[in-house]
Design a protein. Structure first.
Length: 157
């Protein structure tokens, strides 16, 4: 993983904090995370000067109803229902787990170390330590491993 060339954008939902703070969890939390990630992806594509091109975003299929809800929310966010009211040049692809996508496998590998870091930030987490250099950063690749909170690593709330 250390030698693999990829950039990570993630969002973790801290459900314990949601309940402790009495926040309304009426929203679909998966959709909340989707919004954070798509906004950061838009910033990343801008940094890479790729906003004039379509970016395909691949999701693992989760079931007919869930996929339909996800696609609807994805299109809503991309049509301008986002923080800056931008239209995102993204297209959704739903992939079956059996597709054995390398990208989806990497997503599975990084999810647990990120989640553990959010839940137990003081616990040693060597896998997350490797991930720190993979997050999208505020200052681009010039500050790899720094300033990634709120850019490549979102934690809600």
């Amino acid at each position: 993983m250390d030698n693999a060339n990829f950039i990570t954008i993630s969002c973790s939902i801290d459900k314990k904090k949601l309940f402790e703070n009495g926040l309304d969890i009426g929203d679909n939390l998966y959709h909340v995370a989707l919004g954070f990630c798509l906004e950061s992806l838009f910033e990343l594509m801008g940094e890479k000067k790729q906003l004039d091109r379509i970016t395909h975003v691949i999701f693992e299929s989760r079931g007919k109803r869930e996929d339909k809800d996800l696609e609807l929310e994805f299109r809503r966010i991309c049509d301008g229902a986002n923080e800056k009211r931008n239209r995102f040049p993204f297209e959704i692809i739903l992939a079956d787990k059996r597709a054995n996508s390398t990208g989806l496998q990497i997503a599975d590998l990084v999810a647990r170390p990120i989640g553990l870091h959010v839940i137990k930030p003081s616990q040693p987490n060597r896998a997350f330590d490797v991930m720190v250099k993979k997050f999208f950063c505020r200052d681009g690749r010039a500050s790899v491993g720094e300033n990634f909170e709120g850019f490549g690593l979102h934690v809600y709330p």
